[in-house]
Design a protein around this ligand. Sequence first.
Ligand code: PDD
Length: 286
Amino acid sequence: MRNLAWINGSVCNLSEASISLEDRGYLLGDGVYEIIRVYNKTPFYLSAHLERIKRSAREIRLPLPYSPVEIEAVITDLLKQSGCIEGYIYIQLTRGPAPRDHLFPVEPKPSMVFYVREMASPGGADAVKPGKCITLPDERWLNCYIKSTNLLPNVLARQKAAEAGAVEAILYRAGGIVTEATRSNVFAVIGDKVRTHPESKLILSGITRRIALDILEELDVPSAEEAFTIEDLSSASEVFLTSTTMEIKPVCAVDEKPVGNNKTGPVGRSVIKAFWDKIAEHCPKE
Ligand code: PDD
C-alpha cells in the first residue's frame, strides 16, 4: 500500500507532506487528534472516533472545519487511493499557522490533516501476547479527557517503560488511584469483578475501553467503572490494557511482580476473542 496524507484538501505521499513551521500544533501543541484502526480495508468504529474529535475540538474552542460526512468522504477516498488493507488513519486538527503567540489568532485558519499508514494486525485472538507494565505517577494535566497533541508526560513515561522492558506505564494519582496508562486504558480483575477507572476528566474515554465494557456485559462478566488503587492492582488476578493500537493487551507482570500465573487469564482470553469477533463483524473480509 501507499502511505498517503491529505492536507487541507490535497493528497500526497506521506513522506512528502509538509505543514507550516508556524503551525500552532507544532509550536504550541495547540491541537487535537484521533487514531482509527483499519481492518480489512474498513475503519473500525469510525463514528465513535469522529464524535470524540468533535468533542475534543469543542473543548479547546476549535470548531471542526468539516462535517462528519465530509470527513468520512476524505477517509474513504484516502483508503481507496492508498490501497490500505490493515493500517490506521491519523487525524489532527490544530489552530493553524500564525505568528507565535499564546493568544488565539484573530482569524484562525485551522489545519486539518489526515494520513493513512500501514500497520500489521496480529490477525486474530490466538496471536495476542501478554506484556509487562511498570507503574509511574500520573504527571499529566487535569483535562486528560481531551485527546490533545500535548503528549510530553505520556512520551516520557512510555520511554521509561520501554527502558524497563515494559510495554506500558500504568499511571496513578494521589492516593495511589490508577487512572490509565500512557496510551491505553487499564482494566483489572479484582475479586470477582473487572474494574476500570470511571469516565472523568482524568482519563481519555477510550473507544476500545467502551468496546471492552460492552463485551464484558455481553459475556455476563461482572464489571464496574470503579476506580482502584495501585495496592488493589497488586492483588489483581488479571490486568489488561485497551487501545486502538494495542487492542486488548493482557498484562503478565506489574513492576516485575507476576499477575495471576504470568499468562493471559480466562477473562482476558474471552474479551480478546469477543473483540476479534467484533472486528470480523464490523470489518468483514471480502
Ligand atoms: N492512544 N488513554 C490514552 C492516554 C490514550 O492515548 C489512548 C489512545 C487511550 C485509548 O483510547 P482508544 O481506545 O480510543 O484508542 C487511552 C492512541 C491510540 C495513541 O495515541 O496511540
